[in-house]
Each structure stands twice: as C-alpha cells, then as structure tokens.
Ligand binder design. Structure first.
Ligand code: GDP
Length: 453
C-alpha cells in the first residue's frame, strides 16, 4: 500500500531532519542538514491520529547561492513535492524571517501543494508565539511555533496537516496497481510500453519514482490507475548513451521490488533462456504477482498445433510459476495487448487477497478428508491443527502442525493446490509456512519423548 507523502521543505539548518526524526519517532537518527548534500530522498513512516503517511526530507533549499549543487537540490525538492499530498515548510524561529524563506514561500505558493508552516526552535511556548507571529507575512497561513528537538507544538501542526491526508479507506480505494515490465534486452519491453501507453488510454502523467532517475508513468483505464514502474529504465532514446548500468539487471531487480505485478516479458522466438529463469527466480523470491507475456507472437509461423507446443514449452520451463497467467501477444501489431491489463487486475487482486481463518480451516478440513497427511516409516502421522493467513502481498498462510517433517513436499504441494482451487489466488505466489508445535526438550507428548522442532 502506498502511503501518502508529506514533503519537508526549508532552508539549510532550520531543523528539517530533526523534525523528520520527531514526527517519525526516530530521535536517535543523526541530525544533519546542510546545503549541497547529494543524497537520495529517504522516506520515513509516520502517523497522527487515524492517518498514516510517510515523510520525505529534502536537501536544504537555497535560491540565492550559486553552488553547483543547487539545481540538483531544487530538482530534488521539486520531485519530492511532485509526489506529495502536502508539504511542511520549516523556518527558524530564533533567526526570524529571512529573504531565503520568502523566496521559498513564493515558490511554494506556485506549487499547488497545501502547505503548513512550522516555526522551529521555539523552545518556550510564550516566546514562541511572538517568534512565530512575523511568519504570517509569508502568506502560507498560520505559523505553528514548535520545537523539533523537545517536541512541543508538533501536535498543533499535525492537527492542521491531517486535513490534507486521505483516510485509510480512501487510500485503499484510490490505490494504483504498480506494474513493472521486466525482461532481457530486446524481448520487446519498450515496444510493449509504447503499446500499453498508446493512444487509447489517457496518460495521467510521468511521475518521479522513489529512486533517482526512476521515472514512472501512470496510465488509466476504466477509472483504474496503473503505475508503470521505472519507464526510464526501459525507454531508450536513439543517440543517447546511457551506459550499461542504466538498463542493467540491478535496475530490473529494483523495479521488481517496487512492483505489485510484474509483466514478465519473454521473446517466443528465443523461448525461455537461462537469463529469463534468473529474472523469474527473483520475481518469486520477492513474492511479486506476475503475468507472463510471450511476445513477438506475430513472428512465429503457426499451424494448428503451434500454440500447444508453445504452451508446453512454457509449462516445462516455467513449471515453478504455473500460477502465473500467460498471454501470447505482439507488441508490434498490438495483438492481445488490450488483454494485458485484465490479467494484471486478476493478479493484483490475488496478490492482495485476504481470507478469513474460518474459511482457511474449512479448506484444510475438506482437503484432509480427501487425502490425509502421510504417515512416516515409524508410523507417525502428520497433523494439521489449523491455519491462518498472516499477511498478503503475497498471501501467506501459516499452518500449525504437529511436526513439519511429517508433511512431505508432495503433501505440501497438494495443500497449496487445494488453497488455490478453493480460494483463487490467481496470478500470485502463495506462501505456506509450516509451523511445528514448539515443545521444550524432554516434554512429554502422548507418552513418547518429543523432540524439538
Ligand atoms: P527491449 O530491449 O526489451 O525494450 O526491446 P525493444 O522493444 O527495443 O524491442 C527489441 C526488438 O524487437 C526491436 O527491433 C523491436 O522492433 C522488436 N519487437 C518488439 N516487439 C515485437 C513483436 O511483437 N514482434 C516482432 N516481430 N518484433 C518485435
């Protein structure tokens, strides 16, 4: 779930980092706040009353100085603001109103992002009010005197801020599906990106991602938003030398990590290669949902058997991803490209699905009736006491059993199949955790000496 972002903006040394630490409850982090420090934006989780959000700090913002870092810092602040639902503008109450503050305020007023004004370093409440008063001049509404170090005054600021933050229900409703287009070079990722963002859909906007240079694109269909992750890493402009790293595997790994659903693109002309398997392995390790896109279908000479042969090839090579739906497409002619987002919807649905403990136990009970757990050579039978879904994305079910060793791989596969058949979980990995009863050494169970599991 993507929490709304609040950007912290202000000149160097006004105490932005201290405020971030205060709001995210991490007072121990190092407080440093200098202009020109090139750092990636970091996101810290925070909450106030019933709202959750994340705070992103920006480098100290200066407009009147001409150091080489300036454009970069401004860009950072701009990028942070672009994805923020609100901003906290921090000024220094001890120093008073400066020309730099006025410039930032003027800039903020053009940015269309609601802003609350924090007057920091007001340790004493009485003095604070008079220190804060002159900041009314900034035209950004009420200045809130506070002390990031001591914590006083932050409640008033947050009470004002939360009017701009969506409730958890609203967040769920407007949630975008994050999609990463992943594949070896030349399988057709950028062609596919072009086909997906083609004329039929309204492109909402290119927006900056969470890592520097990562540009996402948001497309919309049937009122649903899809964030295509790191499209900058896919697109290549002619005559621009980005260097090998730009399209490298690490970049793909990062995109997988950020995604809900991976469009795993393979080139049907090459089949499933070793490199493809490496990417597939990573998708599973990260627990991402996936759709297999078998591209360049137009270039295959077909007769009535061809599709079955290719299906079988995928079954064989990607047997460990049998849960993933697949589609034979042509990014070039556009064939079946329109179906891709339907499968993305299914996969995203399965990925975030939650099932109640009662239903899970019904499935277990039924499954055990049809096929009881195996008995070991020593005559000991496996038993499943109960199960419960512990998390989603990917759905993860913990099964409490007498001894995990008694439930062999065959039986585990059988149970997974039962969950999938009865409960869906389309397009997503499903994790089963087999938890043994923890017994203390020497404790007795049913007359036999139990061993620790
Ligand atoms: P990327 O490296 O994965 O982004 O791959 P590109 O999109 O740049 O495509 C690599 C090559 O494959 C280009 O020459 C494309 O024209 C070609 N290509 C992409 N999609 C298709 C397709 O559906 N059919 C055919 N025949 N060629 C394609």
């Amino acid at each position: 779930m993507m929490l709304p972002i609040v950007a912290i903006i202000g000149r160097p040394n006004v105490g932005k980092s201290a405020l971030v630490n205060r709001l995210s409850g991490e007072q121990d982090a190092i407080v440093y706040d200098e202009p020109g420090i090139t750092r990636d934006r970091t996101y810290r989780p925070a909450f106030w009353q019933d709202r959750e959000f994340q705070i992103v700090d920006t480098g100290g913002l200066v407009f009147d100085d001409d150091t080489e870092f300036l454009p970069f810092i401004r860009e950072q602040a701009q990028a942070a603001l672009a994805e923020a639902v609100a901003a906290i503008f921090v000024v220094d109450g001890q120093m008073g109103l400066t020309a730099g503050d006025e410039e930032i305020a003027a800039w903020l007023r053009t940015q269309n992002v609601p802003t609350v004004l924090a007057v920091n370093k007001c340790e004493s409440e009485k003095q604070g009010l008079s220190q804060a008063a002159e900041f009314w001049n900034l035209g950004l509404g009420e200045p809130y005197p506070l002390s990031a170090i001591h914590g006083n005054g932050t409640a008033e600021l947050l009470n004002d801020l939360i009017q701009y933050l969506p409730t958890m229900d609203e967040i769920e409703d407007t949630e975008e599906i994050k999609v990463a287009i992943i594949g070896r070079p030349n399988v057709g990722k950028s062609s596919l990106l072009n086909a997906l963002t083609g004329e039929n859909r309204s492109i909402v906007s290119p927006v900056s991602g969470t890592t520097r240079d990562a540009i996402d694109m948001v497309i919309e269909r049937n009122g649903k938003a899809y964030r295509l992750i790191d499209t900058a890493g896919i697109r290549r402009k002619k005559n621009v030398d980005y260097g090998a790293e730009f399209f490298g595997i690490n970049r793909a790994f990062k995109a997988i990590k950020r995604a809900d659903v991976v469009l795993f693109v393979i080139d049907v002309l090459d089949g499933v290669t070793e490199q493809d398997l490496k990417l597939a392995g990573r998708i599973i390790e990260e627990g991402r949902a996936a759709v297999i896109i078998a591209n360049k279908w137009d270039a295959v000479e077909k007769d009535s058997h061809t599709i079955y042969e290719y299906q079988k090839m995928l079954d064989d090579r990607l047997f460990f991803m049998e849960w993933a739906e697949r589609l034979f497409v042509s990014a070039m002619t556009g064939k079946r490209v329109d179906n891709i987002l339907d499968l993305v919807d299914n996969a995203a649905e399965g990925h975030k699905k939650r099932v109640s403990t009662a239903v899970i136990n019904e499935v277990i009970e039924e499954a055990v009736k049809w096929h009881s757990p195996p008995t070991t050579r020593q005559g000991k039978q496996g038993r499943i006491y109960y199960g419960t879904q512990v998390t989603s994305k990917p759905p993860t079910i913990a099964l409490f059993v007498n001894d995990p060793k008694r439930l062999d791989n065959n039986y585990r596969r059988y149970m997974e199949k039962q969950f999938r058949q009865q409960l869906g979980f389309k397009g997503t990995p499903l994790k089963l955790l087999w938890r043994g009863k923890r017994l203390r050494e020497g404790e007795n169970m049913g007359g036999t000496r139990a061993t620790k599991v």
